[in-house]
Design a binder for this molecule. Sequence first.
Ligand SMILES: Cc1cc2nc3c(=O)[nH]c(=O)nc-3n(C[C@H](O)[C@H](O)[C@H](O)COP(=O)(O)O)c2cc1C
Length: 343
Amino acid sequence: MKLGAIALPNTLFVAPMAGVTDRPFRQLCKRLGAGYAVSEMVTSKRELWNSLKTSRRADHAGEVEPIAVQIAGVDPAQMAEAALYNIDRGAQVIDINMGCPAKKVCNVWAGSALMQDEPLALRIVEAVVAACAPRGVPVTLKMRTGWCAAEKNALRLARAAESAGIALLTVHGRTREQGYKGQAEYDTVAAVKAALGIPVVANGDIDSPQKARQVLEHTRADALMIGRAAQGRPWIFREVAHFLATGELLAPPTVREVRGWLLEHLQDHYGLYGEYSGVRSARKHIGWAVRALPGGEDFRARMNLIESCEQQLLAVGDWFDELAQHHERLPLAANDERLELTA
Ligand SMILES: Cc1cc2nc3c(=O)[nH]c(=O)nc-3n(C[C@H](O)[C@H](O)[C@H](O)COP(=O)(O)O)c2cc1C
């Protein structure tokens, strides 16, 4: 699959998740089978670009290409400017956020709220495409199925955005009104795919290799995007890739493998955030990794009290060493929380 001139290694995408899919996490997912990952959203508000949060999000040092950056905002000229700012910092693809349901994204009614104002949504797409085209950078769009159940305008907006020049579209099978409640539906995604000539990516509730195949068959989408199911389980990408290629389920990773991936992830994470923020923001990743494992909840509670990188690394390493004494491959607790995707 190609995105502009960029050839993607495969069609399994990491969903942009603010506060989660930072560079270390995207790198890990790419290493474990994802072909493509979109950054956390970067605000289009110029006055915030020098903030620590935004400069970390715009830092792509050493990132495995292609580098795709998502921008969020409501003003077409500002969005165009934000696209150029990120291209200057290494972005090879610019993604427009019309998918995030947060009540306010970056303090404005951006994200999926834009689906309620189609003329404005289109002006944004046109402005960003016009800014990126001379630099040869493809523009992609991420949206939901619509504003609410009575206003599922994904198809109309998708057609208009395609005419305005986007190179790829992702559709999350929920409306803005739903947030993360209920179940993703794939009929709208299928209808959008059938109507468009550009690649369409299906997203929402894909949490296993079997579900991935089911969504692909139902939607005929060109690619799949996975978000929450990759939290604490980034190897889901290689599991899905293997199943789609062979029809066989890959054995769970060994405890030793998971230990190694997590420790490397933590080192990379501290490198980006430093000791104080790094230890604290790493807790959620560790928590996701251990929550469905025997004794994981107890460890999570203990680990949340640790305040230094060194101690956190030691505790995680020791905990997995202990687990490896009893299990060669990753065991899951009886009540596998991973089946419950929460936002
Ligand atoms: C913590 C979190 C943060 C998210 N942040 C963004 C974001 O910045 N931009 C965006 O387009 N979608 C965002 N999303 C939505 C995801 O990209 C994705 O569309 C959604 O989670 C559905 O996919 P899933 O069921 O595979 O998780 C976020 C979701 C979560 C759970």
